[in-house]
Design a protein around this ligand. Structure first.
Ligand SMILES: *[C@@H]1O[C@H](CO)[C@@H](O)[C@H](O)[C@H]1NC(C)=O
Ligand SMILES: *[C@@H]1O[C@H](CO)[C@@H](O)[C@H](O)[C@H]1NC(C)=O
Ligand SMILES: *[C@@H]1O[C@H](CO)[C@@H](O)[C@H](O)[C@H]1NC(C)=O
Ligand SMILES: *[C@@H]1O[C@H](CO)[C@@H](O)[C@H](O)[C@H]1NC(C)=O
Ligand SMILES: *[C@@H]1O[C@H](CO)[C@@H](O)[C@H](O)[C@H]1NC(C)=O
Ligand SMILES: *[C@@H]1O[C@H](CO)[C@@H](O)[C@H](O)[C@H]1NC(C)=O
Ligand SMILES: *[C@@H]1O[C@H](CO)[C@@H](O)[C@H](O)[C@H]1NC(C)=O
Length: 488
């Protein structure tokens, strides 16, 4: 007698072979080089990441990354941690994870959507696409058999991450994944900025080059930044000596794994290294939470060591924001002056990055507040009753920091949108209810009417001799007559 396991053994073998084959196919499809003519569409069976091109170590992979279940982005991942290192800056953010979306290489790497529209593309006319072991994606041309020239590289178009040895120049910017913050280089400093719209942004962190090892020489070109293998973020004008060294925790300590720096979605910059198992945080630019540009959301108040609160004492703090800032400026509502907003005042508050803000010296609080009140592009003002410094906030109010000093006075405009919204919601609700009621009553009346009519007709039919109830089409003139009869 054979047992069931013995009977199914051959099936096991077959399954194992099929499985191995699938694995092999899967591995084989992830190439290490792409040639002209390469073309790929998203695979509907892939749940998170469809690998298209690997680096020689297999640590990094370029592929389609699923976003919100049905959409994708073209990304480079650090495979062991699934950390996104790079994203293609496509012209649209909604790219369908479906067949019409296509990535192909015809000399340029091109991503096109369902309407065959190009939504992202590299420049140049190259021969091959390679992913280097430091996650740099390159398009190379084979000039001669020995020399390759790089026509395009992802290192020149960073998203929110910088990798060791990647050059960060004045033409580039890191942008946080939520699009709210950016990192850029100035003439002699590295800065972090909050985006409000195209023309308004606010610097909230600035690191000036110390110029200890080398000086910045005018006319010798702009500075650039680079993460050094020796554990620091260096600013350079020339390769030989840095004009600034921003040390990490592992400064001058050799690390086996790769280093990276990221502009986080809370506006901080952090550096990490890979220890073979996980990413170790090695540097944090802003260590005090309250010093972050928007730690407690719009009109939030950060109390050092005590968490968040709302600027007014009435609104209970819920993560996110206390009052909706709503996009657009107060100037667009000229007809609503003094009605478009209300005024909120709070003592003992200041801006987290006030050292980086311009101020005007004013005699009195009234003068400071009045100037802001009259100017529709002013959202708020902070006045120091001792120094007389007045800071104007010309963008929607973010978080403030609570300070013990009662001489630091805050004046803020709060839009009246929240109420309006609720009213609109209320109106819609009432409208729907009334609509439903009308429909319900209508149906009820119709029902009653049909029953009444059926009864009436039955009565008529009984009244009329010779006309038997039949199909509708047969009723014709006779039924008409019967109705006439009933009416009379
Ligand atoms: C590659 O295809 C794109 C989009 O169709 C096109 O604009 C581009 O000119 C092509 N590049 C080359 C080198 O053929
Ligand atoms: C990465 O590639 C460079 C040169 O291409 C090589 O020197 C280096 O050892 C490689 N690193 C790893 C971790 O494979
Ligand atoms: C970074 O810049 C230096 C100096 O300009 C250059 O030698 C180096 O090749 C650049 N590195 C990359 C990855 O582009
Ligand atoms: C890359 O892979 C090699 C072995 O293939 C490993 O030793 C190294 O730690 C990996 N590096 C990263 C950054 O994952
Ligand atoms: C909120 O309470 C604090 C302390 O209890 C007080 O100093 C402040 O004036 C109050 N603010 C408002 C807007 O009522
Ligand atoms: C209003 O404020 C903006 C931004 O602070 C400033 O540029 C502008 O000059 C001010 N306008 C007046 C009339 O004061
Ligand atoms: C500002 O300071 C003056 C003089 O020191 C004081 O009289 C006034 O009450 C202060 N104003 C506020 C709002 O604290």
């Amino acid at each position: 007698m054979k047992t069931t396991t013995e009977l199914t053994k051959p099936i096991h073998y077959v399954l194992l072979i099929i499985f191995s084959f699938l694995l092999y196919v899967n591995k084989a499809t992830t190439q290490q080089i792409l040639h002209r003519g390469f073309s790929v569409t998203p695979d509907s069976s892939v749940l998170s990441f469809q690998s298209l091109l690997n680096d020689p170590t297999g640590n990094f992979s370029l592929g389609f990354l699923r976003v919100d279940r049905s959409q994708l982005s073209l990304a480079i991942l650090h495979v062991p941690s699934s950390e996104t290192i790079w994203l293609a800056k496509t012209s649209t953010s909604s790219i369908k994870w479906s067949k019409p979306t296509k990535l192909f290489f015809n000399g340029s790497l091109v991503l096109s959507d369902q309407h065959k529209k190009v939504i992202w593309s590299t420049q140049g006319n190259g021969d091959s696409v390679l992913l280097l072991n430091n996650s740099n994606l390159q398009i190379q041309s084979e000039k001669s058999s020995s020399s390759h020239s790089v026509l395009w590289q992802s290192f020149d178009f960073p998203s929110d991450t910088l990798i060791e040895n990647q050059n960060f120049t004045v033409e580039m910017s890191l942008v946080s994944s939520n699009g709210l913050y950016s990192m850029r280089l100035g003439d002699d400093y590295l800065g972090l900025y909050t985006y409000f719209d195209q023309d308004s942004n606010q610097i909230y962190w600035k690191h000036r080059a110390m110029q200890a090892k080398a000086e910045i020489v005018e006319g010798q070109g702009p500075i650039y930044a680079q993460i050094s293998l020796n554990g620091f973020l260096g600013m350079y004008q020339k390769e030989q000596a840095p004009v600034d060294v921003l040390p990490f925790d592992s400064f001058q300590r050799p690390i086996n794994g790769i280093r990276r720096l990221r502009l986080e979605s809370d506006g901080n910059i952090k550096a990490y290294y890979w220890n073979g198992l996980k990413w170790i945080t090695d540097f944090t630019a802003i260590s005090d939470v309250c010093e972050l540009p928007n730690s407690c959301g719009s009109y939030g108040l950060c109390r050092p060591g005590k968490g968040c609160q709302c600027l007014d004492n009435k609104t209970e703090y819920q993560t996110g924001e206390c009052f909706s800032p709503e996009s657009g400026d107060l100037c667009r509502e000229k007809q609503m002056i003094n009605k478009g907003y209300w005024i909120l005042r709070r003592k003992g508050v200041e801006l987290p990055y006030k050292e980086l803000m311009a101020f005007e010296k004013m005699g009195t609080l009234d003068e400071c507040e009045g100037t802001c009140e009259k100017n529709c592009s002013c959202w708020g003002a902070l006045f120091n009753n001792v120094s007389g410094y007045c800071y104007f906030v010309d963008y929607p109010i973010n978080s403030l920091v609570s300070v013990g000093d009662e001489n630091k006075l805050g004046f803020f405009k709060v839009r009246r949108v929240a109420e309006k919204k609720r009213n609109v919601g209320y109106a819609i609700g009432v409208g729907l209810l009334v609509g439903a009621l009308v429909i319900f009553v209508g149906f009820a009346l119709f029902g009653i009417y049909t029953i009444w009519r059926r009864k009436q007709r039955m009565n008529c039919r009984f009244m009329e001799d010779g006309v038997s109830p039949g199909p509708y089409s047969d009723l014709g003139s006779s039924s008409f007559r019967s109705i006439e009869l009933c009416k009379s």
